[in-house]
Write a protein that binds this ligand. Sequence first.
Ligand SMILES: [Zn+2]
Length: 610
Amino acid sequence: MALYTKDSVEALKEALDIVEVVSARTDLRRVGQRHTGLCPFHDERTPSFSVSADLGLYHCFGCGESGDAIRFVQQTEGLDFRQAIELLADRYGVELKAEREDPRAEERRRRRERLMRLVERAATYYARYLWESSEAGRARAYLAGRGLGEEVLREFRIGYAPSAWDKVLTRAQRDGYAVEEIAAAGLGQRGSQGGLYDRFRARIMFPLADPRGRVLGFGARAAREEQQPKYLNTSENELYHKGRQLFGIDRARAAAAKAGMVVAVEGYTDVLALHQAGVPESVAIMGTALTQEQLAELHRAAGTVCLALDADRSGREAMLRAGRAAQSRGLDLRVVGLPEGRDPADLVADEGVEAFRSLLESAMSVAEFEVRRVLAEADMDTAGGRDRALAAVGPLIASVGDRQATRDELVGYVADRLDVPTAYVMTQLSAPAAQAPSGAAAPSGARRKPVAEAAPRTGGATPDRPAAAPSVAPAIETALRAERAFLAMCVAQPGLGQRYLARLEDDHLSSPALRRVREHLADYLDAPLSGLADDDPALAAGVAQVVMLADEEPSSEAAIRLGFLQLDLRRIERALRAARERSDFGRQRDLWGAREEVRGQLSSLMGEAV
Ligand SMILES: [Zn+2]
């Protein structure tokens, strides 16, 4: 499982200076035993971010983010554990020793690295050709015509493939690559006689890189009008998988991690235009319907994903599917309502970046987007039409699940548009007939009264409609991550973990699934993967995830304690919210006291007086 030996990872941890790592992101000031600064994870004016060089940990008293230097790099750069230690090892000159690989795996890795070097060289060649050759003049003019400046084009290493048949082929052979390797890397193509020639000719080249910036393939646009096809990609091969690829992910990663949001658009030039205009957290899905793999990659980049896509082309079905998948991942997926027939590049060029930013701010959940669309297309002039619309939006509203604020908001909106009381919409939603498939013209069921017979609404406004609440999804996700990380630390240090697990109560964990994992771990902490029933794959998956994470979590006593205090603080804050909603002042007062207590412990752990 582990790719690097534990010893070499430990050596890296030893070499890391957390103050230096954090200082690359935010200015730190030394105050006694600690360093403080403005938190890189949330916006603030007075510093509540604290770093302890002795413990090797950071903690924010404002937003609750905490961890060690590796986690800091994961969070700020949007990397997974392995990528983060590789980056740090590079920066600190520590050699990571790979676990002994089986010879076949090692051979595969070497071949992969060799092919990647080949593709990298091609990218450099194409990029130089764009700027230096007269043949590329038309391509340069096209890009300039789209309003793209040299700076952004160079940053993304946009290139040009010459029209000759063998430029890349002969260069690669001169560099010692075999014809078979050139074909395997997707740079060459077999002719009918079996000979190899350059796959990309007379095209504008968009390098497609992985999140670490390693070029794996290319998207290529025809430079001449009559050329077919207009877009040609590297075909699926050992390095490049279309369904996983996001154009610009390497350039967008850090910005997305900082903004807590990533924007997905259709095309290459949309991404370039947005970066140039100051929306660097943008990537392109490149004209395909959004795949599950892309969604996972987007989620790794940020907790909120805004889709600025042409809804017709990417397909409503795909979007709804993505919406459902997003929900089960705890991802906040939003849809940007682009004006008909306009792409983000046009919009930024014609109306400025503010116009696009304001669209981002008004992005809707997938359910809301679909509800609006159904209502916009509905026949509102007849009771039957409105009735059918209500039947169609039922499953969409139901898909929101238990996110009460979103649900209330949608119900309010539907009531408003259909001009009926919200209570009526609610009763219709809970009727079984509301489960009719989306878009189907549901018959007016025997148990459902037509809209026209519903009581008319009194007054203009809807007093029972709550104000639009901000989305809670990112907060839930942060909590889940912290809970999972804490359980992982307990697994990594079973002796200590047992003591902390015993102190953990059900309401420390916001997720029912993780509560079950905790129960299991309490009995099987020494061998967490044993004692799992065959017929409970959900529990097994939950435990396995925590066990895998255990390899990666910081596991000092201080880190476990910090993790526990963090969960305790979140537990108290959840209870406070509930007490506030019930207007239970006595309980609130108790909880304030408890919160001060936990904050005090956090402060003394981090050596800070807050
Ligand atoms: Zn913070």
